[in-house]
Design a protein around this ligand. Structure first.
Ligand code: THU
Length: 133
């Protein structure tokens, strides 16, 4: 992964923030999911008056990509208007564990471009996976 490509993926996730549908929380989140062939899928959080139906930005990106036949991913960027790099929710960490290798990097972005890159395993250690079934 080149630094130029990484910055491009960060820009895609940050640009997505404007498209988030967040009339209830006013907390936009943007995501850029990158496949093994470096195709990108943008995701945003999509809320609902029935709050529990809300879909997080990361899961929107995964569901877009998987529904297009993608199964191999190399990077995920998540952006929010947070003072520290945004922390993804537990449900999204579980979805990452389903579709990504434990070593896959996830770049978390906050305001002023502050970033932190962690692996899927670091985000969800001792994950429940198909091996546990
Ligand atoms: N949210 C995400 O999109 N991703 C996360 O990982 C954390 C939470 C959204 C859900 C909801 O629309 C808003 O942030 C506040 O919880």
């Amino acid at each position: 992964m080149s630094e130029v490509a990484k910055q491009e993926w960060i820009d895609i996730a940050v640009t997505a923030l404007e498209k988030a549908y967040v009339p209830y929380s006013h907390f936009p989140v943007g995501a850029c999911l990158v496949t093994d062939t470096e195709k990108t899928y943008q995701g945003v959080n999509i809320e609902n008056a029935s709050f529990g139906l809300t879909n997080c930005a990361e899961r929107t990106a995964f569901f877009k990509a998987v529904s297009e036949g993608e199964k191999q991913f190399s990077h995920l960027v998540i952006a929010g208007h947070t003072p520290e790099p945004i922390s993804p929710c537990g449900a999204c960490r579980q979805v990452m564990a389903e579709f990504c290798s434990p070593e896959m990097p996830v770049t978390l972005v906050g305001d002023d471009g502050v970033t932190k890159t962690m692996t899927v395993r670091e985000l969800l250690p001792y994950a429940f996976t198909e091996k546990d079934l």
